[in-house]
Design a protein around this ligand. Structure first.
Ligand code: NAP
Length: 462
């Protein structure tokens, strides 16, 4: 340990960064504190970068400056240009970058030391880092490509795929273990790296884009663990702490998302869920009743309590401001307005919270599923804004439905329901939704943003 002031500065900034990461993560656990949490995490990252710039091991700043400039430009452009609806694939790309960085650092360390001079623990951490880093890089790139529609979003499957994948995975782990025990075999280490990159592709292609958010959250967790392993290799505490936080929070998030969809992680990874589009489910009977804009506005204007239930359609229509405007128009008439938020509405965790926060909807008006469900029987109008699966009563009533057991927002228990959607499009699961055929339900067709804006205008005229 060097006794220079510079090293104390480095350790101090890392300590500050670690504290900020922990506080940031805590802040992210609630919508009200999420923005502050994000700023804290950003400040933590800045502290870690500044500290690292004072590392005694740096002999030249040229490459670092080049990396900083290129990284800042790419990050800035992505933040400005990527639309909210493309946030999942943007996040997948970030995971790919992070994981690739971890893999490259590991490969560079191996090239420097050949693994020979490292203690077994460090060698294991290095192998783990490169194995997970390479797998996560290609896995995340495939996830981003599927979500962006660059490659087919439905599962890409072939006969015997699971055996091929099991063999591939076993070979990768085998090479990892061999290179830990025999550090003098660089060929095996590089073979492991290549197999890791291939594994990422093979593991993710059979998964439908529908399940990508869960996969991404798992890959995020792998990227975090790879970063933590990098920390052990480099003796870098902030990487160990940040990587571990990332790794475990990502894993917990994957479990929570699976729970909210009533799926298991193995079912997501090996179930080929996205392949079941337009399959089973209850044969919905009856007919859909359309409602005119004027009638819908009157029903809303004379209601006592209205609950908005946003879904993926709110995101595609970018209707968050329009829903807020309609809510304001109703509140000005004395109507009580609440928002029912399903944990997996949209395409990424917290999707609805982020959108509604952008439109400055007060956090106090957002109700989680467990809190809003008991309120539907006393709700005059439940307005479903581009949601489908998360309000599908089949999940509750039909044990044969592929989404049976998935908790839903029970809008069908409200006194009346108005569904805003463009046409007969199905939800993410591809299933028919009996809600649309129930006597309490009326359909208001059109783009959600246009319908909401017109409704707000009509309500003001009532
Ligand atoms: P959804 O089931 O995907 O349904 C969205 C509906 O929005 C569609 O039926 C579509 O019908 C309508 N829509 C699309 N664009 C619209 C527009 N511009 N204006 C009006 N309506 C529009 O959405 P959801 O109810 O939010 O359910 C989310 C699904 O994603 C669940 O199955 C969940 O398991 C899955 N998922 C979510 C996450 C997550 O983290 N949030 C992760 C993985 C999977 P039209 O085409 O007729 O308009």
């Amino acid at each position: 340990m060097e006794a220079s002031g510079v090293n104390y500065f480095l350790e101090f900034t890392y300590l500050i960064a670690s504290i900020l990461f922990i506080l940031g993560l805590k802040g992210l656990s609630h919508p009200e504190t999420a923005r502050r949490g994000m700023f804290m995490a950003e400040a933590g990252m800045l502290a870690a970068i500044i500290g690292t710039l004072f590392h005694h091991g740096i002999i030249t700043y040229e490459w670092i400056a080049a990396g900083l400039i290129i990284g800042t430009i790419i990050g800035g452009l992505m933040a400005v240009w990527v639309p909210m609806t493309a946030m999942p694939q943007r996040t997948a790309l970030s995971h790919a970058f992070g994981a690739f960085a971890a893999a490259l650092v590991g490969i560079a360390e191996f090239m420097l030391h050949g693994g020979l001079t490292m203690p077994v623990f460090t060698r294991s951490a290095l192998g783990f880092e490169v194995m997970l880093g390479s797998l996560t890089t290609t896995g995340s790139l495939i996830a981003a490509s599927k979500l962006q529609g660059l490659i087919r979003g439905t599962p890409i499957q072939f006969k015997g795929q699971q055996y091929v994948n099991a063999l591939l995975f076993a070979s990768t782990v085998g090479c990892f273990l061999y290179s830990v025990v025999n550090p003098g075999a660089p060929g095996v280490f590089y073979t492991m790296t290549g197999l890791g990159f291939l594994s990422g592709v093979m593991i993710v292609i059979p998964i439908g884009s529908a399940d990508m958010p869960v996969v991404m959250s798992l890959l995020n967790s792998y990227a975090g663990l790879a970063a933590a392993a990098t920390g052990f290799v480099l003796g870098n505490n902030v990487l160990i702490i940040a990587g571990t936080l990332d790794g475990f929070s990502g894993f917990i998030l994957s479990i929570l998302m699976c729970k909210a969809m009533n799926r298991s992680i193995s079912n997501v990874l090996f179930g080929g869920f996205g392949a079941v589009h337009h399959t089973a489910g209850a044969a919905a009977t009856g007919e859909m009743r359309e409602i005119s804009l004027e009638d819908a506005a009157v029903r809303l204007a004379y209601a006592n309590k209205v609950v908005f239930v946003p879904g993926y359609g709110l995101a595609t229509a970018q209707a968050q401001h329009a829903v807020r405007d309609l809510a304001t128009a109703l509140e000005e008439r004395g109507v009580t307005v609440k928002y029912g938020i399903h944990p997996v509405a949209g395409r990424m965790p917290g999707h609805m919270n982020v959108l509604l926060a952008e439109a400055n909807v007060p956090y106090g008006d957002l109700y989680e599923m467990e809190r809003i469900n008991p309120e539907f029987p006393t709700t005059d109008v439940a307005v479903v804004v581009g949601a489908n699966d998360v309000v599908n009563p089949d999940a509750r009533d039909n044990s044969n439905s592929p989404i049976a057991g998935m908790p839903i927002l029970e809008v069908d228990k409200a006194k009346s329901v108005i569904v805003l959607k463009r046409g007969q499009g199905r939800g993410f699961s591809g299933l028919e939704n009996p809600l649309f055929y129930k006597p309490v339900t009326s359909m208001l067709y059109g783009d959600a943003k246009a319908s909401l804006s017109q409704l707000a205008q009509e309500v003001k005229n009532v």
